[in-house]
Design a protein around this ligand. Structure first.
Ligand code: ADP
Length: 394
């Protein structure tokens, strides 16, 4: 029995989950939010208890130290050295990292070099990995890449129709995101279908605050909605998803609030999507509860559903059908009206939901018996994939 820690460092947050392995038992989990801001919050859940502290956590180094202190203070471990495995989610692995790998000093350097593909994430992730390395040099440290699952994309899907030099010299291509989640839920879907993964065609819809949809054929990602960065694809909580690139120079020229391309990209990342269109919230729950009375919330909802439907249609075309359509992540797992709206009017494709199964807490098959494409709700578990990768690579 060993203890492993799956770590997911965001630009201003640090999510973690501790497992007893190989039993795959979750011992504790937590979230440190608002790193670098005033009143950072560290929450730890363990043994049916919750511990919450409001502190000033200036940077990720401090966050790691708070986490390690909490583990001791709450007696989740008696000695930090009980942690023998560390797994880190890394957003951008470029074309270089095709699978999870031991985080050697060369790997850390490469992750930092790839920062231009994920400027908010990769530097924080590399820093967190280095801090853990200092405190726990004996532990096996593994990097798990969000992009790895999508390195199987064929060139026709990942290339953009631009002059070759932008790919060859500058690495401009589709890298995708949420790969760990798409991989996990597609494998789980094959089990539910009772078919070998190699014989399946599955569309996975990871719909959370960020969202992406992937076409998975024979267990491999063959197309995915996110692009060069996590701004591409479907509309999201605060992100626009794809739009005509000519919009950018046009708005920079006409809107005095936008000085340059970076301002415009920030607006598309942080002020757009559900938030931008509704004007009230980036949270799907707020959009749904306000849409009857607020036409902008209704429009935001309708646009969101429209984008998700279109990607499902695209991937049915890419794979010439599908055995299953999977819903996962915050919205995909929990929102009944979201799923109902997406699935409404897809019966021509052989996609038929059973309204009596599309209910709160539903997991597994929610389709009617004669639905050609099974509709599955599968809770994602990226942390478990990370914990398993640590065991595999130890
Ligand atoms: P991320 O990991 O991208 O931050 P999550 O997968 O945790 O996102 O999803 C978070 C989002 O899920 C929230 O912003 C919220 O909009 C949505 N969500 C959670 N529960 C529900 C629900 N019951 N109905 C609608 N949306 C929900």
């Amino acid at each position: 029995m060993t203890k492993t820690l799956a770590v997911n460092a965001g630009s201003s947050s640090l999510k973690w989950q501790m497992y007893e392995m190989p039993e795959e038992k979750v011992i504790a989990k937590g979230l440190i939010e608002r790193i670098g801001l005033k009143d950072s919050i560290s929450t730890v859940k363990y043994n049916n208890q919750e511990d919450k502290q409001i502190l000033d956590i200036q940077d990720h180094k401090k966050a790691v130290n708070i986490l390690l202190d909490d583990l001791k203070r709450l007696q989740i471990v008696s000695d930090i050295k009980e942690i023998t495995g560390l797994g880190h989610r890394v957003v951008a692995g470029g074309e270089f990292f095709k699978e999870s790998t031991i985080a050697t000093p060369e790997v850390l350097k490469k992750i930092e070099e790839l920062s231009s593909y994920a400027p908010l994430h990769n530097p924080a992730e590399a820093l967190v990995m280095r801090v853990f390395e200092e405190v726990l040099p004996e532990a096996t440290s593994v990097a798990v890449f969000d992009t790895a699952f999508h390195t199987s994309l064929p060139a026709k899907a990942y290339r953009y129709p631009m002059p070759n030099k932008y790919y060859e010299k500058y690495g401009v291509r589709k890298y995708g995101a949420h790969g760990t989640s798409h991989m996990y839920v597609s494998a789980e879907a094959a089990k539910l279908l009772g078919k070998p993964l190699e014989e399946t065609k599955i569309i996975t819809a990871h719909i959370g605050n960020g969202g992406s949809i992937t076409a998975v054929e024979a267990g491999k990602s063959v197309d995915t909605s996110m692009g060069f960065t996590p701004l591409g694809g479907i509309m999201m909580g605060t992100r626009s998803g794809e739009l005509d690139p000519s919009v950018l120079p046009y708005i920079i020229e006409h809107d005095s609030e936008l000085e340059n391309a970076q301002d415009a990209i920030d607006m598309l990342n942080k002020e757009s999507g559900l938030l931008g269109v509704s004007g009230i919230s980036s949270d799907m729950r707020d959009i749904i509860s306000n849409k009857e009375t607020n036409p902008n919330a209704q429009l935001a909802f309708d646009m969101y559903i429209d984008r998700v439907k279109k990607y499902i249609g695209q991937y049915l075309a890419v794979m010439n059908g599908a055995d299953a359509l999977v819903f996962t992540a915050g919205i995909g797992e929990n929102s009944i009206p979201f799923r109902a709206a997406v699935l409404d009017g897809l019966d021509w494709f052989g996609i038929k939901v059973d309204p009596e199964k599309n209910i709160l807490g539903a997991t597994g098959d929610i389709s009617l018996p004669d639905s050609r494409v099974k509709i599955l709700v599968i809770p994602t578990d990226e942390e478990l994939v990370i914990a398993r990768d640590i065991e595999r690579l130890k």
